[in-house]
Design a protein around this ligand. Sequence first.
Ligand code: ADP
Ligand code: MG
Length: 362
Amino acid sequence: MTTMPGLRIRWLLKAILPVAAVLVGGVAVFLWVSFSLAIPEWRTVLLVAAGGAVAICCVMLVALVVLIQRPILELQEKIARLQEGDLTVQASFAGRRDEIGDLGRHFNEMVAQLRQRREETHRVHQAEMSRAEHLATLGELAAGLAHELRNPLAGIAGVVEVLGQELPETSPSREIWKEVRLEIQQIQKILNDLLEYARPRPLQFLLADLNATAEQALHLARQQVRSRPIIIEFVRDSRLPLVEHDASQIQQLLLNLLLNAVQAIEAEGRIEMRIESQNHLAMVSVTDTGRGIDPSHLPSLFRPFFTTKGQGTGLGLSLAQRIAEGHGGSIEVSSVLGKGSRFVLRVPFRKRPAAAAAAGVK
Ligand SMILES: Nc1ncnc2c1ncn2[C@@H]1O[C@H](COP(=O)(O)OP(=O)(O)O)[C@@H](O)[C@H]1O
Ligand SMILES: [Mg+2]
């Protein structure tokens, strides 16, 4: 903050001026009273009284300087050091048992809190860094492993397929064969999800119709529920402008949300996918009448490998979130246990400059 230089008056001067005015006024009153009452010794009395008053004023001013000016100057100097980042400063007058002492104690408490917060932030930052490093190493390891396993597994799948076809239609081993085939498909899905998570493809942005992208995801999801009493409805927004997005990855994201919705419905139910727009953002919501989400699970929902399903990989939502963030968008969830859940994807019509630069697209 700046003050106009001409208006700045030191507090000491401000204190002296009224005192001097009172002294001069007092002398004038004294002279007037002396003359009206014709006091003979008026000179001596005036000298003694004025000398006494001046002495009292001087003592008061010195006391003010010692009691107030010094702590204020010290506080100014400590605040300047605090601004430079020195969090070890302490007001030395905090031990005083008066209002100035209170000020010092409050200042010291504030500095202690600041210090504590800085240490906490530092600790959290350190922990996050080492967690990120740990995850990066684990991710590399897992991706490498998944990559190595994929080829032999494809070989096994091929052999199993051939063996199965050679089994007679009536053979009791056919059921076992079908089960083995399903298990292999499940392992392949886990490996693919893992690889996609660990080595994401760069986003390829194009101006395109988000309604069409959503419809493709819907088409794939409907194929999964053909034999089940689940209705999937789609409410398109025909006035939606073109949205800059990676159609194949947004389709993957919406398919993940739709399949989660399907898997959350035990018997019959309804899923609605709705597209709307709001302030330069396209919104795609997927609402289901499934089992809902336990509130204690909400903070972990988007974490990789968090799953409540026996057959789940726990990677669907974390992948979805990463794709949304890559578009400069977000995913939000709301849910009522036993009633259903709603996931809302928000994507800006045009990606932000930062996202554009990261994707290397003009
Ligand atoms: N629509 C939904 N209704 C209820 N629970 C859901 C829904 N979507 C996600 N979840 C919960 O979030 C978890 C994580 O989802 P996800 O990351 O897709 O992994 P996965 O589907 O492999 O379990 C699921 O296991 C489930 O508990
Ligand atoms: Mg899923």
